[in-house]
Design a protein around this ligand. Structure first.
Ligand SMILES: [Zn+2]
Length: 90
């Protein structure tokens, strides 16, 4: 397959041309957070809207179903903070 630059077009929200970037995509699967790194995506420099190509989206859909691959992936820990309504300013 030939690699050519993909045109992501313009942002649906603010009509700014999207820029290709490698992003971290976070996904919740059955209550568990997984992060996919270096995902190519069109990112809006104006509002931060992210768009992935159809084949990238399809790849992620397959990955989500691959529980074996997910369970073997390296783990990172993330801070988990519970919201406390008592901390809100009165
Ligand atoms: Zn935008």
């Amino acid at each position: 397959m030939k690699k050519k630059k993909y045109d992501y077009g313009k942002c649906d929200i603010c009509n700014t041309p999207l820029e290709e970037k490698q992003i971290k995509q976070d996904l919740w699967i059955k209550g568990k957070l997984i992060i996919i790194e270096d995902v190519p995506a069109g990112v809006c420099p104006q509002c931060g809207e992210k768009v992935v190509k159809a084949d990238v989206g399809l790849w992620m859909t397959k990955l989500i179903e691959d529980s074996d691959r997910i369970s073997k992936a390296p783990k990172i820990s993330v801070p988990a903070i519970k919201f406390d309504p008592e901390e809100l300013a009165a």
